[in-house]
Design a protein around this ligand. Structure first.
Ligand code: ADP
Ligand code: MG
Length: 499
């Protein structure tokens, strides 16, 4: 039996469902901070959980530990990472500053352990108009400040509740993402590993470095509560500015949180990925202080740098990835790659330049930035490049566009119901802990998933729709979604909500 998706139960029923979703969200803290602290608004979510290929999800989940291991191998070769980034750093002040932090902190560091909470993001690529041709392809590998691990668990719970109680007119299974619990367990493992390297009189705490104007506060608080309730570990959310006043290094290079004199075990960054996070010299000095301390960095500035688009591009080249993992693993990982090019004056770079100029409609151009809203799509690429000196092109990476299938859903956002064609982006979380001295991998875990759904934006008139939201995966036997390849650009619509 083919069941239509999304269902159209009628106006009254949908109004009722929308109100039910918003109430459940408020009742369960599935919220963003409103215009000021103490004011909450329901997190934008889909009305219905989205059908998503079971095999695509399985591949994403399975391959996460391979991705974690690949980046481990890359980071073990810190000279290679830094050398590869020198070209882009030449024309990119932010990358240059991060490299400087790495180099200045290196002689001061006493901590051999380093951690990471990663998220590998994928879109579904459709080679032809048949469902069998669908594969997940990696958009990017995030190594710093990955968000929505906490709220993904809650939104999947919401959609399971609606399905199980027959409240949303769809048939199928919704699995709950364990990302909230897994991310907290990952941080707890880092904390416990730290305890073995120190003997502090008071229990240490985990510092969450956050943005002063963060709206995605509850996503972070959920992790903080989970750490305290399940692992008896205290977390403190602080900005760079607060750290500069309230945190110092003691004579053993330990990081001390002054208000209560506790030592910091882990520095967990939910900020620091964008130039806007460093408006003055103070923020850079603070990052250097943290990075130079004995606290485990999650992630270190080196791990953050390894997450750049430039390194992702290099790893798509068959000979380069095989410097880091064996052929069998490389082949597995390569299933999720689309082609990427540099735009420098290397042989590949010249090929990339030619493609960008002569057939831009198949590509997206990316600077070395995180957090959304930075990419240049299709026909906008040519005027963008022509507007800058050619030698500066080397700061950019060119990527083949992933052709997503046409699917539709409805989005509940800011009290409104918005219908349309959407793009589903799967994110798979991973947690790692590495010993940089011995090269040992102490933790390598797949840590749950996230589905973000965005309305396809309209290129015409330059109006980016900006209707991103959090979704859940519907795993039905017999739900039918139409599958015509899309020709529209995906919007960076969660741009204001971290990475
Ligand atoms: P950021 O680090 O700013 O999040 P991403 O590489 O994730 O940058 O790109 C932002 C968004 O652009 C993605 O969420 C996706 O919707 C879209 N996008 C990025 N790369 C591609 C691609 N190769 N094909 C299609 N859409 C893409
Ligand atoms: Mg992204």
């Amino acid at each position: 039996m083919l069941v239509r998706f999304p269902p159209s139960p009628g106006e009254w029923q949908e109004k009722h469902l929308k109100a039910g979703i918003e109430d459940w969200e408020l009742a369960h803290g599935v919220v963003l901070q409103g215009e000021r602290p103490g004011i909450a608004k329901a997190l934008p979510v889909t009305m219905y959980p989205s059908p998503f290929s079971r095999s695509g999800l399985s591949l994403g989940l399975e391959i996460q530990t391979l991705y974690n291991a690949l980046y481990h191998s890359v980071i073990n070769d810190s000279n290679w990472v830094i050398e590869q980034l020198r070209g882009t750093a030449k024309y990119d002040q932010f990358t240059r500053n991060l490299i400087e932090i790495f180099e200045k902190s290196l002689p001061k560091r006493t901590q051999k352990l380093t951690g990471g909470i990663f998220r590998s993001d994928y879109l579904v690529h459709e080679l032809s108009a048949s469902k069998e041709s669908r594969q997940i392809k990696q958009v990017e590998f995030n190594t710093v400040s990955v968000s929505f691990g906490g709220l993904s668990t809650k939104v999947t719970e919401l959609h399971r509740f609606l399905c199980e109680n027959g409240l949303n007119y769809v048939h199928g299974d919704v699995n709950v993402s364990p990302s909230l619990q897994e991310i907290a367990s990952g941080l707890a493992a880092m904390h416990n590993a730290y305890l073995k390297t120190s003997n502090d009189s008071q229990p240490p705490l985990i510092l969450f470095v956050v943005q002063p104007d963060e709206t995605n506060v509850i996503d972070q608080k959920l992790i903080e509560y989970e750490l305290l309730e399940k692992h008896e570990i205290l977390g403190r959310r602080v900005t760079f500015e607060q750290i500069s006043r309230q945190v110092v290094l003691d004579e053993h290079n330990r990081l001390v949180y002054l208000p209560r004199g506790q030592v910091v075990s882990v520095v967990y960054y939910r900020a620091g990925y964008s130039p806007a996070d460093y408006p003055s010299e103070m923020e850079w000095e603070t990052r250097l202080l943290l990075e130079s301390s004995h606290a485990i960095q999650c992630p270190s500035v080196l791990t953050q740098l390894a997450g750049s688009k430039k390194i992702q591009e290099l790893l798509t080249h068959p000979d380069i990835i095989r410097q880091f993992v064996d052929n069998e693993k490389a082949e597995q990982l390569e299933k999720t790659f689309v082609k990427m090019w540099p735009l420098d004056d290397s042989e590949l770079g010249l090929e990339g330049q030619l493609l960008a100029i002569s057939e831009p409609e198949g590509f997206v151009l990316k600077p070395q930035r995180e957090g959304g809203g930075n990419n240049v799509y299709r026909e906008k690429i040519v005027p963008f490049l022509k507007n800058m000196p050619k030698h500066e092109w080397s700061a950019y990476t060119l990527m083949e566009l992933i052709q997503t299938p046409k699917v539709s859903n409805k989005i509940v956002r800011d009290g409104e119901l918005i219908s349309g064609n959407v793009v589903n982006e799967l994110g798979v979380f991973g947690t790692v802990l590495w010993d940089l001295e011995s090269g040992e991998e102490l933790m390598n875990t797949q840590a749950g998933w996230l589905l973000r759904t965005k309305l396809q934006s309209s290129d015409e008139g330059g109006v980016a729709a900006g209707y991103g939201c959090i979704d859940a995966i519907l795993l039905p036997e017999n739900t039918h979604a139409s599958h015509e390849p899309s020709r529209r650009t995906t919007s960076d619509s969660l741009a204001n909500l971290e990475i």
